[in-house]
Design a protein around this ligand. Sequence first.
Ligand SMILES: Nc1nc2c(c(=O)[nH]1)N[C@H]1C(S)=C(S)[C@@H](COP(=O)(O)OP(=O)(O)OC[C@H]3O[C@@H](n4cnc5c(=O)[nH]c(N)nc54)[C@H](O)[C@@H]3O)O[C@H]1N2
Ligand SMILES: Nc1nc2c(c(=O)[nH]1)N[C@H]1C(S)=C(S)[C@@H](COP(=O)(O)OP(=O)(O)OC[C@H]3O[C@@H](n4cnc5c(=O)[nH]c(N)nc54)[C@H](O)[C@@H]3O)O[C@H]1N2
Ligand code: SF4
Ligand SMILES: [Mo]
Length: 679
Amino acid sequence: MSSFIKEKDGIFPSVCSLDCPDQCGLLVHKKDGKIVKVEGDPNHPVTKGNICNKVRNMAARLYDEKRLEYPLKRVGAKGEGKFERITWDEAIATITNRWKSLIETKGPESIIPYSFYGNMGYITAEGMDRRFFHRMGASQLDRAVCQAAGSEGYKYTMGGSFGIDPEDSVDSKLIIFWGVNAVSTNMHQVVLAQKAKKNGAKIVVIDVHKNQTGRIADWFIPILPGTDGALALGMMNILFDENLIDEDFLKNFTIGYEQLREHVRQYDPVTVSGITGVPVDNLYKLARLYGEITPSFIRVGNGLQHHDNGGMSVRSIACLPALTGQWLHKGGGALKSNSGYLAHNTYSMQRPDLLENKQTRTINMNAIGDALLQKNNPIQSMYVYGSNPAVIAPNSNKVKAGLERNDLFLVVHDLFLTETARYADIVLPSTSSYENTDLYGSYWHNHFHLQQPVIEAYGESKSNYEVFKLLANGMEYDDDAFKETEAEMIENALSNTGNPYIEEITYEKLAKNEYMKANVKPLLPGKLLTPSGKIELYSEKMVEDGYHGLPTYTPIVNDGDAPFLFVPGPNHNFLNSTFSNNEKHIKLEKTPKLHINSEDAIAYGIETDDIVKIWNERGECELTAAVGDNVLKGVLVSQGLWADQPGTKQIVNSLTPDRIADMGGGATFFSGRVNIEKK
Ligand SMILES: Nc1nc2c(c(=O)[nH]1)N[C@H]1C(S)=C(S)[C@@H](COP(=O)(O)OP(=O)(O)OC[C@H]3O[C@@H](n4cnc5c(=O)[nH]c(N)nc54)[C@H](O)[C@@H]3O)O[C@H]1N2
Ligand SMILES: Nc1nc2c(c(=O)[nH]1)N[C@H]1C(S)=C(S)[C@@H](COP(=O)(O)OP(=O)(O)OC[C@H]3O[C@@H](n4cnc5c(=O)[nH]c(N)nc54)[C@H](O)[C@@H]3O)O[C@H]1N2
Ligand code: SF4
Ligand SMILES: [Mo]
């Protein structure tokens, strides 16, 4: 597998490892053993040679002078950022000795992993790490920071993470980007939508912010944050009322449509307009457009589900295509995530059988601040990898207070000394994905990709796979699970999957073919994975789980009296907090802006480029005002998970609530309120 490494010069195939639906095929250019350029692979069947600017500038990140080269131990106070070089032997011995004594005195649950998808490779993000912490019996982490609420909501309606094949969206005649900033976060869906537009399709964007995606729309519909469920119900009201439904489809492929018809009468256009801020006329126009155009496609984003009611909102939107029978038409339906099509053998990859105590506690990562501060059975050690909780976790001042605890033994494995790593006792340098072997699968375009290492490991850095093997050795875990090669792990993950969509895909074929697509077929006619096998407009399972069985609107939680709702989303040139520490990407993004409606700006005496302070009882933040009409009154929108530079206060999560959403333990980043004043 290491043939690419040995060649000092040339162009080599690779795949983007970032947590982005597009998972682009890449061509990596090498000179003298170093990456000098990254471009798109024109042979990739979906991404076809186009990539984003972030990754075009990847070499600047890989060889950034701040990149970690060797293990470090802390010599200053927590958070001060003073460290000293140590050897890997010392690092592993320090960590495992501490863990052995903690396990003996406090039990294994006093230790917790904290990770997310800084690198999407299965081995890196949810392979050797899972095996290790299962074997240890550490507290389990519920990784619910991203799509948890919406995925759960979508599943109640559709049975799992299965949407349309995005390649079919070129045939759609109406494309609704709903709470998704696709120009920045799913650029190839935009390319496909532009193709559809050439064939006569209309593009509608429903968002709280007229950002780069809103600007490409034929029709942009501004909506108040957290009210999308009501909008979907209002559309259903009109669709039933004006008989714009597909009665045959509803009879054959859904359950509960008669109950739904009665239930949505309460969501009349005037009521819904009052909730959503969408004028009654526009509500009619949208519902009629949706009722009259086939095939129509709704791309459901993550933004609209980062709310207290996010699960139910997505559950409700997912009902819409059934009302007009879209699922029987090529290019018709919806897509939230397609991860179901690539479901592999996670049992063999993650080895949950190694966890002896099935009662081991689970901690939701959205509540990591509380968890680190709790006095009862406290966490004594946290091991962070592939994530930067000091910046990306909600209510970050609480998280910081937890990370500052002198009695918390914190280890961080990353490519950089992140804000989180500054609090660490031991910092371990990580390889980049270009230095590893791994398997990648896109949760949007349904292709697997086998990644071969392209360059040597940077400095003394090691992959997650290697570090967990070293840690297992240090802990004296001699299970076979820690002896498997990467190739074996991938081979087994693709065997006995029980997933008919990937029956034909094997390690050998992947090694020859670079990319392989799941055998995606239309979902209907067919049997869905819901309890009834049909689209569940009414769900008995939801009733059992304590929800209303029909899609229902519940407002977001009252977050206090502050006058503005605050929606701090990601930006164009960073990937969550990744790149927020690389000069090149910071330059592209310029400053962290706060979008405010012109009328609000006048009322508060704020002008574009003023530095404004926003605050609530959780914290405060200083951003640069951008005044305009791209947000509704009463709403403030920022973009980007910026890290603090010396003298700045720009960590937006210092303001965000750490309440848990209605479903899946999801995050509520966008349901918080703030005050504002000019500095
Ligand atoms: N460039 C770039 N690409 C990325 C990322 C990144 O950081 N940068 N992050 C990656 C990750 S991990 C994810 S999860 C995805 C996220 O990407 P998306 O799915 O696009 O989600 P967000 O960008 O969080 O929010 C999408 C849109 O929802 C809007 N929004 C917020 N609240 C509401 C609401 O209540 N209703 C409606 N209708 N709209 C609302 C926001 O204004 C935003 O325009 O992108 C991935 N790709
Ligand atoms: N306010 C607000 N907060 C948010 C969001 C939002 O929209 N608004 N979005 C949320 C969402 S959807 C998500 S997904 C999370 C994302 O949050 P995170 O998953 O924490 O994402 P990143 O900030 O990109 O941090 C990833 C880290 O992994 C490191 N890394 C990369 N590759 C490797 C590797 O191979 N090994 C190791 N050990 N480390 C590696 C990177 O250097 C980087 O520091 O943020 C959430 N937080
Ligand atoms: S971040 Fe997304 S768009 Fe950019 S190269 Fe990676 S997969 Fe492609
Ligand atoms: Mo995410």
